[in-house]
Ligand binder design. Structure first.
Ligand code: XMP
Length: 333
């Protein structure tokens, strides 16, 4: 039996009872695999790595070492939530690395999206590698691989070139000589979420919308600057808050702000005020291969526009992107 193929007899996990049975089984398997050895995990705070972390904490407690690398391109409050949930509530063995300056210094002046992705992915591996080298006696590497990742890599290997280099930040060096622990690799995303709920992770973490590995780096368009990145993070937080309040958070597949490196003339307090436009993108899709535009009520768009232009320094316009995929991709870069 190929361990990377989901058996046809495997039931779809939709209930907490099924999730609990799955957790119990995985706890047993992980304990058998790992024994008293240590396991390393890159914990981004995304659904998959968070569920793997919570599962492994349950199975092996402090034998799990989580490393959270803050590349400075996280959304508002995300790294703080990782520290809160894993460092404090679950009392995990958590190493937090603030590598913001390293990433932003390397990215300064780089405007090509693929170069940006490569720098972010490459630097992530370097930082993670450095942290791993400081640790002793680690024999296992845990990963939040899920079944679509396995299916996608089979497809990518069979077909031609992808449109964008979608390496997740979390793609780890191949020369790391550690055995893999991948407890959710046969699960689909919706099943991972049910398992996350059964493990008691916060709802917002379990039902988090997809967020690209390079983070806000591919939404701060062109060459990233700290001031525009700051404006992006604040505007994005307002958008998320308002979508949450309007009950749209669970209904819209992905919604975010992108800010181009362009300024326009505006007026604030009767004075000329040059600023960037914030572009709202809100899309629905089932597989991210094509996407349609969510119809957001005008009143909500007005409210978001009002808040962003008044509360975020440097932004003087808000635009709504009506382009489906194709012809646009979901992200702007
Ligand atoms: P596009 O922009 O290609 O995006 O229509 C499809 C989905 O993939 C996400 N995305 C990425 N995810 N690393 C990732 O892990 C990346 O470099 C990357 N680029 C895009 C995007 O957010 C959307 O969900």
């Amino acid at each position: 039996m190929n361990p990377n193929v989901r058996p046809e007899s495997m039931e779809r996990i939709t209930t907490l009872a099924q999730a609990n049975a799955f957790i119990e089984e995985q706890v047993k398997l992980v304990r058998e695999q790992v024994g008293d050895k240590k396991v390393l995990l890159a914990l981004s705070g995304g659904v998959d790595s968070s569920v793997v972390a919570a599962l492994l904490i349950r199975a092996i407690g402090k034998q799990l070492v989580c490393v959270h690398v803050n590349h400075g391109l996280m959304r508002k409050g995300e790294s703080e939530q990782v520290i809160e949930v894993f460092g404090k509530a679950l009392d995990a063995n958590l190493i937090y690395v603030d590598a913001t300056d390293r990433f932003l210094d390397l990215l300064a002046g780089v405007s090509d999206p693929e170069k940006k992705r490569k720098i972010i992915g490459g630097e992530f591996i370097k930082v993670f590698d450095e942290e791993a080298a400081k640790l002793e006696g680690i024999d296992f590497l845990a990963q939040g691989t899920i079944y679509p990742d396995i299916l996608e890599s089979i497809k990518a290997a069979e077909s031609g070139k992808p449109v964008k280099s979608h390496h997740n930040v979390g793609g780890l060096p191949e020369d790391m000589k550690m055995e893999l622990v991948e407890p959710v690799k046969l699960l689909f995303k919706d099943e991972v979420r049910v398992v996350g709920e059964a493990l008691g992770l916060p709802h917002g973490m379990v039902y988090r919308q997809p967020f690209p590995g390079p983070g806000l780096g591919v939404r701060c368009l062109g060459a990233i600057t700290r001031d525009r990145l700051h404006a992006l993070r604040e505007a994005d937080a307002i958008l998320r808050e308002e979508f949450d309040n309007a009950g749209l958070a669970g209904k819209v597949w992905q919604y975010f702000i992108a800010i181009p490196d362009v300024k326009s003339v505006g007026v604030r307090n009767e004075m000329r005020y040059e600023g960037w436009p914030a572009i709202i993108r809100a899309v629905n899709t089932t597989d991210a291969m094509s996407a349609t535009i969510e119809e957001i009520p005008y009143a909500l768009l007005h409210k978001i526009t009002d808040r962003i232009t008044h509360e975020v320094e440097g932004i003087n316009r808000v635009l709504y992107d009506l382009t489906p995929k194709p012809i646009g991709t979901i992200e702007w870069e």
